[in-house]
Design a protein around this ligand. Structure first.
Ligand code: AMP
Length: 426
């Protein structure tokens, strides 16, 4: 039997109400905060991620699904990659379509996306090779830290609406790339005598971009990592001031946070503010729910005009796992038809098709089986469908134009015309 590829999975119908709920609440948050949706392709030129996300990151170095598109007779074939994240693509679209062009000075562009991402990671609970992200980007000429606080406020509303509790907001500043050189020098000096205690990937990070050592999750590297100087102590003046204002904006909104000076996020494009929201204990080892930060300069890196940017992405998979049990149960139960039609006999069956069509045209969710069954069996099927009501149609009902509407939870039954049924169920 052919099964799903390792690290990918089917999201089955019983879980879809939970996924839809997370998506619906996200769309509502984005509507309230002025974000518009954008969809970008699932695959892009490899160069976009290599330059945007950074060659030294785990994502680009180890995890991308890259392939050479079949060469035409006159070309070599192009290197393409299934997107491992979507910020680089959204910034590319922002540049390619000159979305900034019709904006007044200082006006921001707020975009959001929902879709699958692909990374060749070691699969485990909460970590997949095809996973889904919902993310948002704020781009423009302003780098006001109030933007950052407002986006985090939106996320807080979103989590509250989903009844997800016990999360922690972690923040840090990774400073300006231009003034990072002195710190990186200091960091490399501190790593060098400890290289023999670090993994092969950390050796590579040390050679290519020492900051990425902080992304290492390997247990035996943690003691060395804990002893390294942190970037937060070496911030340039402007970044320090920005970080101070960002924290003040969070305080003013009553948003609780913890500063984690070792959180540098696994992508090279971050400047200044970086943040994560760590989930509650339903998540286990893979407990980062949301990740984001500022990426001023990403546009320039991929050939666009100077642009400031701030954004985040969260894993839909992990957000669904974080929903409380009772909320998940309520969402599954609500995903049922309004009415199940029970018919008795051939003539009633033909009549029932018309009734079903009229109810559906009136916006009512109707379930009906086509097989003629005895009353008891048909009522069992109605209960199994979890419909709120059963509508009973036999020869008498066809003749009188009044149907039996049975409330399947309370048990009581009324005799109603089609219009009355529609009025009751709408
Ligand atoms: P990142 O793009 O690495 O900053 O990740 C942002 C968020 O996407 C994480 O906090 C997770 O919720 C989610 N995520 C990242 N990688 C995976 C994965 N392999 N499987 C499931 N969710 C993921």
């Amino acid at each position: 039997m052919i099964q799903t590829v390792r690290g990918t999975r089917d999201i089955l119908p019983e879980d879809m109400p939970l996924w839809r709920r997370v998506e619906d609440v996200a769309r509502e948050a984005f509507r309230r905060y002025g974000f518009s949706e954008i969809r970008t392709p699932i695959f892009e030129k490899t160069e976009l991620f290599a330059r945007g996300v950074g060659e030294a990151t785990d994502i680009v170095h180890k995890e991308m699904y890259t392939f050479i598109d079949r060469a035409r007779a006159d070309s070599e074939g192009e290197s393409l990659t299934l997107r491992p994240e979507n910020t680089a693509s959204v910034v590319r679209a922002y540049i390619q379509h000159k979305i900034f062009a019709d904006k007044s000075p200082g006006e921001l562009t707020r975009l959001y996306y929902i879709g699958p991402m692909f990374r060749r990671e070691r699969p485990q609970a909460g970590r997949y090779r095809q996973f889904y992200q919902i993310g948002a980007e704020v781009m423009g000429s302003s780098d006001d830290p109030a933007i950052e606080a407002e986006v985090i406020e939106m996320l807080e509303w979103f989590l509250k609406e989903l009844k997800i509790t016990g999360t922690t907001l972690l923040i840090n500043s990774v400073g300006e790339p231009a003034s990072r050189a002195a710190y990186l020098e200091k960091l490399r000096e501190a790593i060098k005598p400890n290289l023999d205690r670090l993994c092969a990937d950390c050796h590579h990070r040390y050679e290519t971009n020492a900051l990425r050592v902080f992304d290492c999750k390997i247990e035996s590297c943690q003691a060395v990592i804990a002893s390294l100087p942190v970037i937060t102590d070496s911030l340039d003046e402007a970044s320090r001031e920005h970080f101070g204002k960002f924290k003040a904006h969070l305080d003013a909104r009553g948003i609780a946070y913890k500063v984690n000076p070792r959180m540098v996020r696994g992508l090279d494009y971050y400047t200044r503010t970086a943040f994560e929201i760590v989930g509650n204990d339903k998540l286990g080892a893979q407990n980062t729910l949301v990740g984001g930060g500022r990426y001023d300069g990403l546009s320039e890196t991929i050939g666009g005009p100077p642009t400031k940017g701030f954004g985040f992405a969260f894993g839909l998979d992990r957000m669904v796992m974080s929903l409380p049990e009772d909320e998940a149960g309520r969402l599954r139960a609500a995903d049922a038809p309004d009415v199940f039609i029970v018919f008795l006999g051939e003539a009633a069956r033909d009549h029932a098709f018309n009734v079903a069509r009229d109810l559906r045209a009136a916006g009512i969710a109707v379930a009906m089986e086509f097989e003629d069954r005895k009353m008891k069996k048909a009522m069992t099927a109605a209960a199994k469908s979890r419909a709120r009501y059963a509508l009973i149609i036999g020869d008498d009902e066809v003749a009188s134009g009044k149907y039996g509407l049975k409330n399947l939870t309370a048990g009581e039954q009324e005799s109603l015309t089609l219009d009355e049924v529609i009025a009751k169920l709408s």
